[in-house]
Design a protein around this ligand. Structure first.
Ligand code: ZN
Length: 247
């Protein structure tokens, strides 16, 4: 009997050891050791720091600039970046300290695909014109980058609207694609950041909500030619018109 108890004790000790090892494994995975298919941050970022890793962070939180604002993607972690990180953290129920550490990065890793697009949007959805992203008003790489930033803004807006599906009916356009659909000669679609949204919720709801997520070029119901979609884009100056929605 005593032998059995001793054996049981050893088994329990062994189990405890396995449990401890498993726990340690979880802790390591949750820290800086995480490798991501798109981009992996190597340090915790906070206000006052700068570098490409800050710019990579700014792209992912560009949908959280606050009402009517656009976050600069300048690689400098200033007060606006800190506020955007806080809004991102709040949106996902993380501790909102404005410091981008393992918790924040792991949420981003969980959200992004290996090609760096956010979970619910894709390059294919953003470009039904041509596969090369060429022929627009900017270089192909700039157009594709601008589309990526718009997708992160859309991901933020989608979250704020209660994870409703948002469908991009038109994204990047070359000049020939743009004239084929009668687009404006200076359309943001030529730059890659312009998106036409359809689907739920209402076009007005999308136009109103977009003001919180870094879109400065918003055209919706009431603006000529925009009764069947809401257009969002990024311009240096604000241009909102959706008179049927009160904006
Ligand atoms: Zn449009």
């Amino acid at each position: 009997m005593r032998t059995v108890i001793r054996r049981l004790g050893r088994m329990l000790a062994a189990c405890a050891l396995v449990a401890a090892t498993a726990l340690a494994g979880v802790v390591v995975t949750g820290g800086a050791a995480h490798a991501d298919g798109c981009y992996t941050w190597g340090r915790t970022l906070s206000q006052g720091m700068s570098g490409n890793d800050v710019k990579q962070l700014q792209i992912r939180v560009s949908g959280y600039p606050g009402y009517g604002a656009v976050l600069a993607l300048d690689g400098v972690y200033g007060p606006a970046t800190r506020s955007a990180v806080i809004r991102f953290q709040q949106a996902y129920g993380l501790s909102a300290d404005g410091v981008a550490g393992p918790q924040t990065f792991n949420k981003i890793y969980a959200l992004q695909d290996n090609d760096c697009t956010p979970a619910n949007f894709s390059y294919a959805e953003m470009n039904k014109c041509n596969s090369s992203w060429s022929g627009g008003a900017v270089s192909a790489s700039t157009a594709k980058f601008n589309a990526l930033v718009s997708m992160w803004k859309l991901q933020a807006m989608r979250r704020a609207l209660g994870n409703v599906p948002l469908y991009v009916s038109s994204g990047f356009r070359s000049y020939s694609c743009n004239s084929a659909v009668g687009g404006a000669s200076n359309s943001r679609h030529l730059y890659g950041d312009g998106v036409d949204l359809v689907g739920s919720p209402s076009f007005c709801r999308i136009a109103q909500q977009a003001r919180y997520h870094g879109f400065s070029n918003i055209l919706g119901p009431g603006y000529p030619g925009h009764s069947d979609h809401t257009h969002l884009g990024a311009t240096s100056s604000r241009s909102w018109s959706a008179s049927s929605c009160g904006i």
